[in-house]
Design a protein around this ligand. Structure first.
Ligand SMILES: Nc1ncnc2c1ncn2[C@@H]1O[C@H](COP(=O)(O)OP(=O)(O)OP(=O)(O)O)[C@@H](O)[C@H]1O
Ligand SMILES: [Mg+2]
Length: 370
């Protein structure tokens, strides 16, 4: 309930036409609602006020209003972003795609679900090696739902000033709870990583408690996504807070083929050999190699055709960094080496091929003449 005092203050400030005072009264109204965990009311008030006010105080800046940041530092701790990334921009296994679609649909239909006493299950943890699309996954959900994403860099937040982390976390969760949004806790394993530092152990335990409590209390209108490369560091108390745990991994050959096709755009290239050559590489590295190759083919007048540059660059990344080539992979490398050699013998000398692949020129000689 709104207190009589606030209503009287509001009427008085309207009478005086004092804009500043009106702002203050409405702010305190919203804060009271938030303190009482009346997030729906707080959200409605914010939205209504934003429509009528020119200098509204909705979180439009990159840091929440009461975010304490008394220490000088450059690293990013927290950002609010809008995303235009859609489902078509991510390549996923069938299981992960299904979960993505389910989370989006459940969120869109959350009112209907709640009417029937069902939750929209909005807590998700993504785990897997670097560059496999965990952050991208969160941005796809934000883009599909048209809601902002609160991107929290947990590692920077904890390591920069542990003493203030608990307060800052509460503030971030409070702000996120009053908006329809995605709350992305990136580098989530940071809560476990700092455990070895015995000096900070007590403080860290408090931070973990605050974090888990806030996860429990989070409004279901906020989709919580945690992302980590180090799932083994997290204990069961953390895992059971999430409705979904998704493993993001390096992609299968057909999915790599789709990823390469997507990144090559309209370039008319047979991507089968590239898909085979890129086995074991993350989506991020594959994208990097493609961009590097596209740049070279565009800017370097003496560059060979794009297809050859791509094969060369994938070989450098995979064969060049692998001491022992396994069965299937070895076959693909041989195929690629033969392809390059056949396409241009004067450019792809045995020495040049040794440089690209790290395989001795005499071995390459034997391979090609077999
Ligand atoms: N499955 C994928 N589909 C499409 N693009 C991908 C995929 N995986 C990675 N990428 C590309 O690589 C970039 C980096 O991926 P992203 O940052 O999401 O990886 P991550 O798993 O969050 O890595 P990290 O663990 O290092 O934070 C993406 O922006 C995208 O361009
Ligand atoms: Mg990431």
């Amino acid at each position: 309930m709104i207190s009589t005092e606030i209503i009287i203050n509001l009427i008085n400030s309207f009478k005086k036409n004092d804009r500043q005072e009106i702002d203050n009264v409405i702010k305190s109204l919203i804060e009271t609602a938030e303190k009482r965990k009346q997030y729906k009311l707080a959200k409605k008030l914010r939205e209504t006020y934003a429509l009528t006010s020119e200098n509204h105080f909705l979180p439009s800046s990159h840091t929440p209003s009461k975010f304490s940041n008394s220490h000088e530092q450059d690293s990013k701790l927290f950002e609010i972003r809008r995303s235009k990334i859609r489902i078509g921009d991510i390549i996923l296994s069938d299981t992960n795609k299904e979960t993505l679609q389910e989370i989006i649909n459940n969120y869109k239909k959350r009112d209907l679900l709640r009417k029937h006493g069902l939750s929209n299950d909005s807590r998700l943890i993504l785990h897997g090696p670097p560059g496999t699309g965990k952050t991208l996954f969160a941005y796809v959900i934000a883009g599909e739902l048209g809601v902002p994403i609160y991107h929290v860099y947990l590692d920077s937040l904890i390591s920069s000033y542990l003493g203030e982390t608990g307060r800052n976390l509460k503030e971030i969760f409070r702000e996120a709870s009053t908006n329809d949004c995605i709350l992305l806790l990136d580098e989530f394993d940071a809560i476990a990583k700092h455990r070895d530092d015995s000096q900070e152990l007590g403080e860290l335990k408090r931070v973990v408690t605050v974090l888990l409590q806030n996860i429990d209390d989070l409004s279901p209108d906020t989709i919580l996504i945690a992302a980590t490369n180090h799932d083994h560091l997290l204990d069961s108390a953390v895992w059971r807070r999430f409705d979904y745990a998704l493993k993001m991994d390096v992609l299968s050959t057909p999915l790599r083929k789709s990823l390469i096709q997507m990144n090559l755009n309209k370039n008319n290239i047979d991507v089968s050999i590239l898909a085979e050559l890129s086995e074991g590489l993350s989506g991020a590295i594959i994208k990097q190699i493609i961009n590097k190759s596209l740049r070279k083919s565009l800017l370097d007048k003496n560059a060979s055709a794009l297809e050859k540059i791509l094969i060369e660059n994938f070989l450098i990344e995979t064969a060049g960094k692998n001491d022992k080539l396994k069965g299937g992979q070895r076959k693909n490398f041989i195929k690629a080496i033969k392809y390059l050699r056949k396409s241009d013998q004067s450019k792809y000398t045995f020495e040049k091929l040794e440089k690209i692949t790290g395989i001795s020129s005499s071995t390459i000689h034997n391979i090609i003449n077999k």
